[in-house]
Unconditional design. Structure first.
Length: 300
């Protein structure tokens, strides 16, 4: 019999097409598990399923920055507290194996035990727009760099006249010169190499145009999101976008200096043994300026 006064803790193992949810009560008893489609209708059904068991206290969701983002938004919009569950309970996995149901139950117990406390990013404001643009900005920049390297490498085995003409130039001059090549229908190495270099150079120019437009948009958005950050010495749109994405649309979730240090990957972690007492840095923070652009962490 379902008790409406019962306090319920949920845990969700998220996937692209479906989510598996588990419910436990305040003493850790498993109340049930179920699978729902990863759609707007499925999210509402999942919420109603949890409400059947009592009052929802918290819901732990894996991947709140990826497959679990849609569910996180829906639950948050209905006043349900959501916390990020980053890692499964490995001890439970060793005992019971690996399955979606086990992972969902482990997420629910992590919330109940207080092991999962990270507030997920809201991802509903200007910073989310910056993050989306930054993904494209980084991929465009990487593609342009790859093409510049291909042009350089082609010159290593190019005919002497081409190599002696283009090698002394810097990248921009080399691209501009190669893009103006007049190519014949000749199938000799010199002719085909010129075709290859011209094609790459024109691709480089198109990517440069896109990159300039994306950089201008990031400049505008970062200045709008946090003018004080942009006015700091040495902070341009690139670094500002990294820092803003790390903090998210709800930076108030970083309530303590310790949480901020953990986000920066600078918090101390005890590494003691016996009489030896020492600490090391916790390197589990989010993206830094040296981290690849695709890297992202959604909790602190």
């Amino acid at each position: 019999m379902i008790e409406q006064h019962r306090t319920v803790y949920g845990g969700v193992d998220t996937h692209k097409e479906f989510h598996v949810v588990a419910a436990v009560d305040e003493v850790g008893r498993i109340l049930g598990t179920e699978t729902f489609p990863a759609t707007a209708a499925g999210y509402r059904r999942l919420e109603r399923w949890l409400e059947r068991y009592g009052t929802i206290a918290k819901v732990g969701v894996e991947g709140t920055g990826s497959y679990g983002l849609g569910l996180t938004r829906v639950l948050g919009a209905h006043g349900i507290e959501v916390v990020e569950v980053n890692r499964p309970n490995r001890q439970l996995r060793r005992r019971r194996g690996k399955s979606d149901t086990v992972d969902a139950e482990a997420a629910a117990r992590a919330v109940l035990n207080g092991e999962a406390t990270s507030v997920p990013k809201a991802a509903d404001g200007i910073v989310e727009a910056i993050r989306a643009l930054r993904v494209v900005f980084c991929s465009t920049r990487n593609a342009r760099t790859r093409i510049a390297n291909q042009i350089r490498d082609l010159l290593v085995t190019a005919p002497d006249q081409l190599r002696e003409t283009l090698e002394p130039l810097d990248t921009d001059e080399r691209v501009a010169s190669a893009a103006r090549f007049r190519c014949s229908e000749s199938l000799d190495p010199a002719g085909t190499t010129k075709v290859a270099l011209r094609t790459l150079a024109r691709q480089h120019q198109m990517l440069t145009t896109d990159l300039d437009a994306l950089r201008a948009r990031l400049d505008e958005l970062t200045a709008q999101a946090n003018p004080a950050l942009r006015h700091a010495v040495g902070i341009g749109p690139d670094v500002a976008s990294i820092l803003l994405v790390a903090a998210g649309d709800n930076p108030e979730r970083l309530t303590t200096d310790a949480a901020f240090a953990a986000l920066c990957g600078a918090s101390p972690v005890e590494a003691s043994s016996g009489k030896h007492v020492s600490h090391r840095l916790n390197k589990g923070g989010t993206a830094t300026p040296t981290t690849p652009c695709g890297a992202s962490s959604w909790s602190a």
